[in-house]
Design a protein around this ligand. Sequence first.
Ligand SMILES: Cc1ncc(COP(=O)(O)O)c(C=O)c1O
Length: 392
Amino acid sequence: MTQGRPLLNRRLAEFGTTIFAEMSALAVRTGSINLGQGFPDTDGPEEVREAAVRALRAGHGNQYPPGSGVPELRSAITEHQHRRYGLAYDPDTEVLVTAGATEAVAAALLALLEPGDEVVALEPYYDSYAACIAMAGGTRVPVTLHPHDGAYRLDLDELRAAVTPRTRLILLNTPHNPTGTVLSRDELAAVAELACERDLLVVTDEVYEHLVFEGEHIPLASFPGMRERTVTVSSAGKTFSFTGWKIGWITASPELVTAVRSAKQFLTYVSGGPLQYAVAEALRLPDSYFDELRADLRAKRDLLSGGLTEAGFEVYRPAGTYFVTTDIRPLGERDGLAFCRALPERCGVVAVPNAVFYDHRDQGAPFVRFAFCKRTEVLTEAVGRLRSLAVR
Ligand SMILES: Cc1ncc(COP(=O)(O)O)c(C=O)c1O
């Protein structure tokens, strides 16, 4: 306190230390297998790492790169969007490289919101969303994904009902963390129709675009009327297993890119110069790279999901991402936070309670998330440890 006031401002007061910090510290202290935080335990392709070394040595990007990102990366991003999705973007005016998807979301919200604007977001949500909406002075309006028949689904009537005259934008995330839901073509079409009808902007976080095991990833920007009102967010972290590099980007109309850049330039201005060159090479990897990544993670999903089922959890097998959400009630438990705090001592595994991703905490209380972006032997060991929970 100074001057009788808390140090942390009112907008951020409700956001303490993230659950990941607490759970990762617990993993270290207890020597547990950390399936809490979503980072791979092996680095991405060797040739991409080598490309970064080459860029550093050649002096590419060691000084401030251009504010929008190095031209090589911007071109690689537009080629990728065209090759994968048939979406044409101009690398000079319709791409902005950011410090990870996290900065992209933050800059988009800071740029596009006025205080008091409402943001409709799918709940449970990635933890930075609520804090970024708050920093931008916006009000979050959660639309809860409901578990049904082994998967989490978006209720389109609830989505429509959440939009008010004060709604400025929809903050979408597909494939969705933590539930693993991949929105279908029909669901996305309905979101697009709503955004057009109510003249809303959409920020769509598609960082898991290459991690889809069932169905397909369809960018929201590809739907009629959406290209000019959508900010699409991507990241090299998840696709190339270099989460520490923090290279992300947006693709959007020139007007939206200009707006988002106005905020971004005063956050980091630029970052990761040499790494941007390496990500440009990564995006041009052959399709086989992306196919193998998906196949590897699908096998890991099945390994962990099977083990969790055997251990007695109800498992929501994800259609995408590298997370699996479970219900702990079949184990005779109901409080995910208490369960996750006790789990390292009980069996040497760390997970995160989904409740922290909810405004309606009670809705998330019995759910717990495990990450499967780990080596097969680590997952096998974790499954063995979790088996001790099985109710006999
Ligand atoms: C949905 C979602 N968006 C954004 C991010 C952060 O991406 P980056 O590391 O590129 O900032 C994550 C990381 O877990 C995520 O799950």
